[in-house]
Design a protein around this ligand. Structure first.
Ligand code: S3P
Length: 425
């Protein structure tokens, strides 16, 4: 498809609901006892895959288009699915479900699309096996399809995480909720804490001391009323566009600002962007964010900030193409095992449009500023690469065509409508 080209962005949009919290709302609703209601659920493909997987496991859900209502019967209320569960492109769905289904008295098979079939699962499988889970990948590999044998008695453990990953941490926490005794997780770096927050919200108990997390199982959770805030990872594309496209000034409303997710705001500030938070709602961790065209400078991004902006790094690389000087992104080797290898994808696709980016073993070096030009690029089936490239297209008058734009519906089905809305004169 032909992308929307050079145009200032003006106006206000509400970005879609947070993907991480939407997945977990369905999962906690299904595992809890009693009714859970979810307002502002993300109606994107990944989250529908989570919803359909739990429906296939016998969880009753009604969706009136506004509110999703779940009748949770606890983990013991889940029933065997009569088919293998297709979770599409969603790493969060497969990895968190791997932690959840081991004590069920039935086998479950989880599989997904070509991208998911190449994503590493040992990071989840090995710690779960240590707890007593009987869980295997396809033909003695770590890759999906994943078979969870079920009927496992889980034991607590102490686990020092070799990667900074909220998906791994969350899978272990879901298992720990069903295990006997106290599980201790020591994080490599603090990653998004939505699972921990929702355990508390659903009436569970979990303790945190720095990078150490302790949970004593088994625990029983109770259904809750959830309202999902907007996704800062979706907002990031417009924050970047607002900062770099000339003569722009936009406001994004109701954006989630959980501190484990706001690395992008720190980076924008350090690069010199004019960004402002209004209407801060501390209780719901949400705010309106205003941004306008700014003069940016290159910075170094690495260390413990990386997990707080991991999904934003492709669009941060784009920001850096417009900044004065060199930007170095390091300690981000996790980017290689996302929906695509995002180090290579970002570098190759943006360089086709005239950027000057080098891929390194653990990140990217971006030399700016560069004037981007037209060309033919591809999302490579990765929603965040696709959206980043549409933001790049807003920087040139020439034609940019995007292959595989449909991937964007994974997390942001209304994305192009929102770009059109903000660029309409
Ligand atoms: C997610 C965690 C991150 C992130 C993904 C969503 C989550 O993955 O990239 O988009 O909801 O827990 P990792 O935990 O593998 O870093």
């Amino acid at each position: 498809m032909q992308l929307i080209s050079k145009s200032p962005l003006k106006g206000v949009i509400e970005v879609p609901a947070d993907k991480s919290i939407s997945h977990r709302s369905i999962m906690f609703g299904a595992l809890a006892h009693g009714t859970t209601t979810i307002k502002n659920f993300l109606r994107g493909e990944d989250c529908f895959n989570t919803m359909h997987a739990f429906q296939a496991l016998g969880v009753e859900m009604q969706d009136d288009g506004e509110v999703i209502t779940i009748q949770g019967k606890g983990i013991e209320g889940l029933e065997a699915a009569n088919h293998a569960l297709d979770v599409g492109n969603s790493g969060t769905t497969i990895r968190l479900m791997m932690g959840m289904l081991n004590t069920c008295p039935f086998q479950t098979i989880l599989y997904g699309d070509d991208s998911l079939s190449l994503r590493p699962m040992n990071r989840v499988m090995l710690p779960l096996q240590k707890m007593g889970a009987k869980i295997t990948g396809n033909q003695e590999t770590e890759f999906p399809p994943i078979t969870i044998a079920g009927s496992s008695n889980l034991q607590s453990m102490t686990y020092e995480m070799p990667v900074a990953s909220a998906q791994v941490k969350s899978a272990i926490l879901f298992a720990a909720l069903q295990a006997q005794g106290t599980t201790t997780i020591i994080e490599k770096e603090a990653s998004r804490n939505h699972t921990e927050e929702m355990i508390r919200q659903f009436g569970g108990e979990i303790h945190q001391n720095g990078k150490e997390i302790k949970l004593t199982g088994p625990q029983k959770l109770t259904g809750q009323a959830i309202t999902v805030p907007g996704d800062i990872s979706s907002a990031a594309f417009f924050l970047a566009a607002g900062a770099v496209v000339p003569e722009s000034q936009i406001t994004l409303t109701n954006v989630g600002i959980n501190p484990t997710r706001t690395g992008i705001l720190k980076v924008l500030e350090q690069m010199g962007a004019q960004v402002r938070l209004d209407n801060i709602d501390e209780k719901n961790q949400a705010a309106d964010i205003q941004i306008e065209t700014s003069k940016l400078k290159g910075i170094v991004i690495g260390g413990d900030i990386i997990p707080t902006l991991i999904d934003e790094l492709p669009v941060i690389a784009l920001l850096a193409t417009q900044a004065e000087g060199t930007t170095i992104i390091k300690d981000a080797e996790e980017l290689k095992v996302k929906e695509t290898n995002r180090i290579d994808a970002t570098c190759e696709q943006l360089n086709k449009l005239g950027a000057n980016i080098e891929a390194t073993a653990d990140g990217l070096i971006i030399h700016g500023p560069t004037a981007l030009h037209g060309g033919a690029v591809s999302s490579l089936g990765d929603h965040r690469i696709g959206m980043m490239l549409q933001v790049a297209a807003l920087l040139t008058k020439e034609v940019v065509t995007l292959e595989k734009p449909e991937a964007i519906a994974i997390s942001y089905p209304r994305f192009f409508e929102d770009v059109e809305h903000l660029t309409a004169r």
